[in-house]
Design a protein around this ligand. Structure first.
Ligand code: C2E
Ligand code: CA
Ligand code: CA
Length: 383
């Protein structure tokens, strides 16, 4: 089973192209069909072990290595592949499909463009997952979610001028669950839409309180993460505008963070959504910059304000020549595109000093502060 979110790109033309490439990856006697949505099924006859299936997997990955050209637009499509072996005769076809589906979701969770072979331990996981999904649904309505705030500071002054809102889930029996464990689930199930709106509302409400409390100049900016699915909401700009109005927060004090992956889902649609947000007066940042595949040519067409360098590059800048070179190159690129830079994951004074000496504007990381509850952040802002 092949699946990766094609977003609102699931037009006929793209689906046909996907099917064509799948067909080109298999033998003449194999079957390619669409399961629905962005899921396809590939039935390989007389292939019953890991070793013989791998060349097919490689062939499929190769087909998806080239981006798709549709009406002059370049679209990157990845394939998450779940594999199950078995007898596809009538009585077993259902469980074969179900197992392949489970493996596919595993592949997806591991990152795009991967393949996973089913094994029976995954069935247990499904139950746990279902339970987690129900719990998350209850958490959104039941007030178990919290927003923590992590300071972002100008490297020159280290005074807090910005905070990033990071969601936390206080589970009634499992304790604090990391967003890394429930955001992907929320994204897959669509729960990210109500969850994300809740975070946005809460963060704007808190930011408005801080503004009233500390009429500092420049006032604190609040940064909120948007997942791919949230970003594709047709009425995103209206929702954001309404939220700002309800909170009484001027748009220029809100920054939205989207990842490179989100941008590249559909560059033309991204430009139009970002432009609408920009028109409201919101600041826009690319999150985890350097980890995705954003094309530099597109970058200059997007109305962006900030690049956030992913913490995986910051980690090694003091010891590793490559990391240092990458970070310096990103800083140069940002300068030439007129973008500001925030370095993520700064964990020590040496990293902060190096980045400052390279004219990196802002930093975020445990060295300055960990994400904290609102009242702790209030105390920091009031200093
Ligand atoms: P992110 O957007 O890259 O957020 C930064 C993450 O890095 C946070 O993890 C933060 O605690 C962590 N971090 C900050 N400084 C350091 C450091 O110096 N060292 C290390 N090792 N880590 C540091 P957190 O809070 O666990 O969030 C993880 C991810 O979950 C976020 O990564 C973001 O992608 C997602 N996320 C969190 N809240 C939301 C939300 O409200 N909406 C959406 N869509 N995603 C969210
Ligand atoms: Ca972020
Ligand atoms: Ca990040």
């Amino acid at each position: 089973i092949i699946n990766d979110s094609l977003g609102h790109q699931t037009g006929d033309e793209l689906l046909i192209e996907v099917a064509t490439r799948l067909k080109a990856s298999v033998r003449a006697e194999d079957t390619v069909g669409r399961l629905g949505g962005d899921e396809f099924v590939v039935l390989l006859e007389n292939i019953a072990d890991d070793v013989s299936v791998l060349p097919v997997v490689e062939a499929i990955k190769k087909q998806f290595g080239r981006s798709f050209l549709l009406e002059g637009r370049e679209i990157a499509v990845t394939a998450s592949i779940g594999i199950a072996f078995g007898d596809a005769s009538r009585d077993q076809a259902d469980s074969l499909l179900r197992n392949a589906d489970l493996a596919m979701y595993r592949a997806k969770a591991a990152g795009k463009g991967r393949h996973v072979i089913f094994d029976s331990s995954m069935q247990v996981d499904t139950l746990a997952r279902l339970e987690l999904e129900n719990d998350l649904r209850a958490a959104i309505d039941g007030g178990q979610l919290r927003v923590h705030y992590q300071p972002i500071v100008p490297l020159k002054s280290e005074r807090v001028t910005e905070v990033e809102a990071l969601v936390r889930w206080q589970h009634p029996t499992q304790g604090m669950i990391s967003p890394l464990d429930f955001i992907p689930l929320a994204e897959e199930t669509g729960l990210i839409i109500p969850l994300g709106l809740w975070v946005l509302k809460e963060a704007c409400r808190q930011a408005a309180i801080w503004h009233a409390q500390f009429p500092i100049d420049p006032p604190v900016v609040i940064s909120v993460n948007l997942s791919p699915r949230q970003f594709q909401m047709p009425d995103l700009a209206e929702e954001v505008e309404r939220t700002l109005q309800e909170a009484g927060l001027p748009a220029r004090y809100l920054k939205l963070e989207i990842t490179e992956g989100t941008i590249m889902l559909d560059v033309e649609a991204t430009i139009s959504t970002l432009s609408r947000l920009k028109a409201i007066g919101i600041k826009l940042a690319v999150d985890d910059f350097g980890t995705g595949y954003s094309s530099l040519a597109y970058l200059k067409r997007l109305p962006l304000d900030v690049l956030k360098i992913d913490r995986s590059f910051i980690k090694g800048i003091a010891e590793n020549a490559e990391d240092k070179a990458i970070v310096q190159a990103i800083l140069l690129l940002a300068k030439s595109l007129n973008l500001e830079v925030t370095a993520e994951g700064i964990e020590n004074a040496e990293q902060a000093a190096m980045l400052n000496s390279w004219q990196c504007e802002r930093g975020q990381g445990y060295y300055f502060a960990r994400p904290m509850e609102a009242d702790k952040a209030t105390a920091l802002l009031g200093r």
